[in-house]
Design a binder for this molecule. Structure first.
Ligand code: FAD
Length: 655
């Protein structure tokens, strides 16, 4: 395992001052607009692929800013972070540098759906990303606001197809030319901020929205279909004003697990990690929400908000009488603030204060910064190719919240892929695609470009039909080799290390398979294990490792000559052995679905009470749309692969 030094923090300030205010040229291979989570990964990936790249962003000091929650990863999102890291992206290493509370979510379930997650120190996260970007070869960072996207009129030979030629900055007459432009403007496109009954233009608190010229080009010149979404953030709470003794302590994992394949440890020592705290809403919270409804513009608007990260207003109105969890999370190692996850709200600030004081532990709490909402334009992503290029405009790539997603990880994943493809286009190499069978990034992009979004899209493990094989532990094997050999976005150092790991794992599995003994012999060898099978059944070391109490270490003790040199990989080998049958079953199910694509679905079926395992959300979609075939059902936004299997079983077994 390689361990990279964590960067010295001082150096980044020097680099910032060197890069601000001037650019070396007026012509770049790739221009990336926006220095958020999508833009930073896009710019770094484009430069790694070999393109001369310019990142233009409104404020250099907000590069890598965490607009909302100070955390990275989680269930589904952690898989994305591991995959971004496998493609040599930044956010996994930044998480290892800035994390102050590491935990693996879903640990009681199997390793395929474990969710690596970390609470972050906001300041440290920004420092890492800025330091990395500003020292990336072939990458220039410029502070500025992009006023206009430069595009050609459609070529008569290709009706309807524009081509991007560059950008123009606000207050600057000289255009900057580029073969590819990646737009990653997040919540800034026609952004409006909401607190109580006040609305003001803005992309995020303290930041102006994107210029109207940019929206104009997308809407009027390129005639792209644009939608409107909303999200919100909670007030930040003064830590000393909260009585934490009235809340439940939630400690981090005692052995923090790094996100990055390159790191064997995290920057924060295990004992330096900070805890989180859990408290709950009370009936008083619901009362305040109801009483202040008429003073709260944001929740009265039509734009759709994030279903899985709803505001406290949406939660209490949707589920009246319920107690809701409120997590109090540290904002940094030395920060005086707490982030109350679950309390995103947009009522007037004095009412926000009344509301939080209804919560145990927060009766005397003080607000440092009130919560607020944001509404913004997004481009309907079905207008993009799998390379995230706008189909009707050559050279224009979109990534992140502008495509209707929510979350840092979703943005970063798209950014990396769009940046790599933008660079490949500029360097006249063909686009590359990731399939649903090899990665969560592939699932994310396929969902966006083939199904589109009607509400902010976030990743879940249930969206991936091949989740048994798309595990956090094997992201390196799935993507690093491809990233180096086909895409060109992975360093040779990382590649060499993954090749070493792959070869060792293959050798270890060969050795395990060569340990072929009869069940009787295995019983003799491992007397403490209850081994099933008749005396003559033969089993390999891989088969035996599927037994609950058998570990690789145990086998290596019995067969040291064959196995002891692979101890470094014991956990990975164990997971691989256990998951092999699940992967095979999943593959067969997918083949079954593909075979039955044209199967008709009965039109009188009552989806709301269908006696099969299916979430309420899926039932409601099927009930509303009533797809005529199984294939049509698979293409609906929000329908999970597991629901399709249930549907297929139901129709086949009821005739
Ligand atoms: P951003 O991180 O928004 O970055 C956009 C960047 O583009 C900024 O640096 C901006 O300065 C720059 N930019 C914009 N226009 C221009 C221009 N014309 N020229 C130059 N630069 C420009 N995510 C969740 O998962 N859960 C939540 O609950 C949640 N709540 C949120 C609440 C709020 C109020 C906000 C603002 C965001 C929230 N998010 C939430 C979303 C999360 O912050 C985003 O998903 C993520 O940051 C998107 O990354 P991005 O790179 O697409 O855009």
């Amino acid at each position: 395992m390689l361990t990279k030094r964590f960067p010295p923090v001082q150096s980044f300030l020097l680099l910032v001052s060197r890069s601000v205010g001037h650019i070396a040229r007026q012509q770049y291979d790739v221009v990336v607009v926006g220095g958020g989570h999508a833009g930073t990964e896009a710019a770094a990936a484009a430069a790694r692929v070999g393109a001369e790249t310019l990142l233009v962003t409104q404020k250099i000091h907000t590069i890598g800013a965490l607009s909302c929650n100070p955390s990275l990863g989680g269930v589904g999102k952690g898989q994305l972070v591991k995959e971004i890291d496998a493609l040599d992206g930044l956010c996994g290493r930044a998480g290892d540098y800035a994390g102050i509370h590491f935990s693996i979510l879903n640990r009681k379930k199997g390793p395929a759906v474990w969710g690596p997650r970390a609470q972050l120190d906001r300041q440290r996260y920004r420092e890492f990303i800025q330091s990395e970007l500003l020292s990336t070869p072939r990458l220039t960072v410029l502070e500025g606001s992009v006023e206009e996207l430069l595009v050609t009129e459609p070529n008569p030979e290709e009706p309807g197809k524009h081509q991007v030629t560059g950008i123009r900055l606000v207050n600057c007459d000289h255009p900057i030319s580029a073969s590819s432009v990646v737009l990653t403007t997040g919540t800034f496109l026609s952004g409006s901020l909401f607190v109580g009954q006040t609305t003001s233009p803005g992309g995020r608190i303290g930041d102006a929205p994107s210029s109207a010229g940019l929206s104009h080009t997308l809407r009027e010149r390129l005639k792209l279909k644009i939608g409107r979404l909303r999200t919100g953030t909670p007030p930040r709470i003064v830590k000393d004003s909260v009585d934490l003794s009235l809340t439940k302590l939630h400690p981090p994992d005692s052995h923090p697990t790094p996100f990055s394949f390159l790191n064997s440890r995290t920057n924060c020592k295990p004992e330096e990690q900070l805890p989180c705290y859990l408290t709950y809403t009370t009936p008083g919270v619901e009362r305040v929400v109801r009483e202040s409804f008429h003073l709260n513009c944001h929740i009265q608007q039509d734009a759709k908000g994030p279903r899985y990260c709803p505001s406290i207003e949406s939660r209490v109105l949707r589920f009246p009488g319920r107690q809701h969890q409120v997590w109090l999370e540290p904002e940094g190692l030395n920060s005086d603030l707490l982030y109350p996850q679950g309390l995103s709200m947009t009522m007037p600030p004095d009412i926000q204060l009344r509301l939080i004081r209804e919560i145990p532990g927060m009766h005397r709490a003080e607000i440092h910064t009130p919560g607020y909402g944001v509404q913004y334009d997004f481009v309907c992503p079905t207008q993009l190719s799998p390379a995230l290029q706008v189909k009707s405009t050559q050279g224009l790539f979109l990534a992140g919240q502008i495509n209707g997603t929510t979350g840092y990880e979703e943005a970063a994943a798209q950014g990396l892929w769009a940046g790599a493809n933008a660079a490949r286009r500029a360097l006249s190499t063909p686009p590359v695609a990731l399939s649903r069978t090899e990665s969560y990034i592939g699932v994310l992009i396929d969902d966006l470009v083939s199904r589109g979004v009607t509400e902010p899209y976030r990743m879940f493990t249930s969206r991936a039909e091949f989740r048994a094989s798309l595990r956090p532990d094997n992201a390196d094997l799935r993507l690093t080799l491809k990233g180096f050999e086909e895409v060109g976005c992975v360093s040779s150092l990382r590649y060499q290390e993954v090749v070493r790991v792959r070869n060792s794992l293959q050798d270890a599995q060969t050795a395990l398979r060569a340990l072929t003994l009869s069940a009787a012999k295995w019983k003799e060898t491992l007397p403490s294990i209850l081994i099933s099978g008749t005396k003559s059944t033969t089993m390999t070391g891989m088969d035996i490792m599927r037994y609950k109490d058998v570990s690789f270490e145990m086998l290596a003790n019995v067969f040291p000559e064959q196995l002891s040199s692979f101890m470094e990989f014991s956990q990975r080998l164990q997971i691989e052995a256990v998951y092999k049958p699940h992967c095979d079953t999943q593959r067969k199910e997918i083949e079954r679905i593909q075979k039955e694509e044209n199967m008709s679905l009965p039109q009188d079926v009552d989806y709301l009470s269908l006696p099969v395992p299916m979430s309420q959300e899926v039932r409601e979609i099927l009930d509303r749309v009533r797809p005529s075939t199984l294939g049509a059902a698979t293409r609906l936004e929000g329908i999970t692969p597991a629901a399709i299997v249930s549907l297929l079983n139901y129709v086949q077994f009821t005739g």
